[in-house]
Design a protein around this ligand. Structure first.
Ligand code: NAD
Ligand code: DAU
Length: 356
């Protein structure tokens, strides 16, 4: 038995592979294109582990996917591979359409042929799990109930539109071809190995570097935050027991405005790594121009996965954010490596004209 993970060198994918091999003995094949967001350093601890194999490649490369499926005969494919950063999708939506929509389509085509050629017992066991996001549901008004699985898709950014499109294809492949597909719609993850373009690691890394902490708009946009290992546990649970054709929302029951998140990080850094001048990192907070089309609020109703599959997050925000800050404090080399090179160009592009 083997599973194929795509995008396993990214933030959630690498956490998923590490947690998977800690929890079980089933081998993992990792297919990743190694874009700017893919980092094999995350998986350095698995070097020499016979249960793990890495292949560099694109989910849109049908020849490669066909060969991998044929050779390794996975009993499940878990698709994390994506362009994942909303701000980058605003600056350049093309890669998002290419990977998230066209790439998913090509992957589905290969998986469909692979599934069709299986015997009955192989087909009964096979799963395609598509990792999706709460952003496909659009922005919630204040006070409105959290997103349930039945909430209509109203994506507002090129990123969320491309993810929604990919999920429509997955749904169609289930209904039309009987592919045993599962979709998980998760809220904002945080934890080890997250690339510091996203809010939480960006704030930690900028604070330590003495740089400004750029808060978009008024900082009162609300997200639901989930520690990454809880997301990984939820995916394992859906893979084991989820009903094909179903969507499961995954969230932390933890809605917070961005400013609260930034202040929590500031408080932890003031405690754990005080500034040499004795002042608070809070002095580095800078309000900058807002993200175009910025969704005001996301909130996840994770009741279905709890009722049907018995999953609930294990971490609270207090425990998860402390672990996260400690992880970044303990990994200065990892930070230095990802902040070098092309990442500097991104910071210049995204933040240069945001000054107010
Ligand atoms: P990430 O950007 O950190 O990692 C994405 C990975 O996919 C990288 O390793 C990259 O090299 C790889 N990749 C990109 N294009 C590829 C292609 N064409 N072929 C093969 N590999 C490719 O993203 P993440 O934050 O780990 O998110 C993983 C998945 O989870 C994405 O599908 C994302 O939409 C979804 N998601 C993320 C969050 C979050 O908060 N980060 C929340 C919900 C859902
Ligand atoms: O909700 C799930 C989604 O969460 C995932 O699908 C995406 O892949 C993931 O990137 C994330 O999207 P967000 O846009 O919510 O995450 P990001 O970390 O970019 O931003 C979180 C919030 O913080 C958002 O309201 C924008 C704000 N922000 C972000 C950055 C990078 C700032 O105020 N300043 C910043 O510099």
């Amino acid at each position: 038995m083997t599973i194929l993970v795509t995008g396993g060198a990214g933030f959630i994918g690498s956490n998923f592979i590490i947690d998977w091999l800690e929890a079980r003995d089933e081998p993992v094949i990792n297919l990743d294109k190694l874009t700017y967001a893919g980092n094999l350093e995350n998986l350095a601890g698995l070097r020499g582990d016979p249960r793990y194999a890495f292949f560099q490649g694109d989910i849109g490369d049908r020849g490669l996917i066909e060969r991998l499926l044929e050779k390794h005969q996975p009993r499940a494919v878990i698709n994390f591979a994506a362009e994942s950063h909303v701000d980058r999708s605003i600056h350049g939506p093309g890669d998002f359409v290419q990977t998230n929509i066209v790439g998913t389509f090509n992957l589905l085509e290969c998986v469909r042929a692979y599934f069709a050629a299986m015997d009955d017992s192989g087909r009964a066991a096979f799963r395609f799990l598509h990792v999706l996001t709460d952003e496909v549901y659009g922005s919630l008004p204040a006070g409105a109930p959290a997103f349930a699985e039945t909430h209509r898709y109203e994506p507002n950014s090129p990123y969320s539109a491309s993810k929604a499109a990919s999920d429509h294809l997955v749904r169609a492949y289930h209904h039309t071809y009987g592919l045993p597909a599962l979709t998980t719609n998760c809220s904002n993850n945080y934890g080890p190995y997250q690339f510091p373009e996203k809010l939480i690691p960006l704030m930690i890394v900028n604070a330590l570097a003495g740089e400004r902490l750029p808060v978009y708009g008024d900082g009162m946009q609300i997200r639901d935050w989930l520690y990454v290992s809880d997301h990984c546990a939820a995916i394992r649970r859906v893979l084991d027991a989820g009903r094909p054709g179903e969507t499961y929302n995954i969230g932390g029951w933890n809605e917070k405005p961005n400013l609260d998140i930034v202040r929590a990080i500031v408080g932890l850094l003031d405690e754990l790594r005080p500034r040499s001048d004795g002042k608070s990192y809070g002095g580095q907070i800078a309000y900058v121009a807002d993200r175009p089309g910025h969704d005001r609020r996301y909130a996840i109703d994770a009741g279905k996965i709890e009722r049907e599959l018995g999953w609930r997050p294990a971490e609270t925000f207090t425990s998860g954010i402390r672990k996260t800050v400690l992880w970044y404090l303990d990994h200065p080399d990892w930070i230095a490596n990802v902040r070098s090179g092309a990442y500097r160009d991104w910071l210049e592009k995204n933040y240069a004209d945001r000054s107010r």
